[in-house]
Design a protein around this ligand. Structure first.
Ligand SMILES: Nc1ncnc2c1ncn2[C@@H]1O[C@H](COP(=O)(O)OP(=O)(O)OP(=O)(O)O)[C@@H](O)[C@H]1O
Ligand SMILES: [Mg+2]
Length: 241
């Protein structure tokens, strides 16, 4: 069998914030690798460094020290313009807040990222239409955000993130604003789509249950990864607790 390709490699990563006289070690020496097509969850309590790590991976912040290699390219060596281009070509984001445009309906919101790729209108709407069907919103295409539930809005947000078919998706508490049943449904949806499209997903969450949807679970405490488990190992441990 062919070895799976490594798409994300983090080496000896540190992020130290200075607050007045104090130093906060938000990331305190992090190392890991993620393969193409993997769904990895980074789980940890509030303040453990999850968002900091995700922001570093996405090149939204510069590390204090260390290396981040994504799709063979060193993120920490890129300038702002190069990072913008890299993100546009390789990365999709799913945020906790849906960030949908209020004046646009679901279809227009999902089609929007494709305009930045210079795709013509007919093609854009067709691709967005398919994506909305995939997330189960075929009947809500003409609804504006205010005319949808929280879970439906989050599904529009997911459709918008995935419509450009990014190789790598970063998600920060993607179901943070949803009730637990809707969260589970949305997680199953994300899991199914990324596996089908062979995309790599890195999700951060403080929720142990949602982390259990991932193929591998990284536990972070005080800026350090203290364990990496497969879903099976993780669930066995959860069942014992
Ligand atoms: N810009 C900043 N300046 C100073 N300290 C910061 C900054 N951003 C984050 N920190 C600190 O770094 C640590 C990690 O923060 P981070 O936002 O990564 O946590 P988190 O795991 O995402 O938490 P949450 O679950 O609450 O979102 C915290 O102690 C936080 O106070
Ligand atoms: Mg956070």
């Amino acid at each position: 069998m062919e070895e799976k390709q490594t798409v994300i490699r983090v080496k000896n990563l540190y992020k130290i914030y200075r607050v007045g006289e104090n130093k906060v070690r938000a990331l305190n020496g992090v190392d890991f690798e993620i393969k193409k097509g993997e769904f990895c969850a980074i789980v940890g309590t509030s303040g453990s460094g999850k968002s900091t790590l995700l922001n570093m991976l996405a090149g939204l912040e510069k590390p204090t020290k260390g290396e981040i290699i994504i799709a063979g390219e060193h993120m920490e060596q890129k300038n702002e313009n190069q990072l913008v281009k890299f993100r546009r070509e390789h990365i999709g984001f799913i945020f906790q807040s849906f960030n949908l445009l209020a004046t646009m309906n679901a279809l227009e919101n999902v089609a929007l990222p494709l305009t930045f790729q210079g795709m013509d209108k007919q093609k854009r709407l067709k691709r967005a239409d398919k994506m909305l069907e995939l997330v189960g919103l075929g009947k809500h295409k003409k609804h504006r955000p205010s005319q949808m539930s929280g879970g439906q809005q989050q599904r529009v947000g997911i459709a918008r993130a995935l419509v450009v078919r990014p190789e790598i998706i970063f998600a920060d508490e993607p179901t943070g604003n949803l009730d637990s049943n809707t969260s589970r449904e949305v997680m199953e949806l994300i899991q199914t789509i990324v596996h089908e499209q062979n995309q790599t997903l890195v999700m951060v969450t403080h929720d142990d249950h949602l982390a259990g949807f991932a193929d591998r679970i990284f536990r972070i405490i005080d800026g350090k990864i203290i364990s990496i488990q497969t879903r099976e190992e993780y669930q066995n441990e959860q069942n014992k607790a």
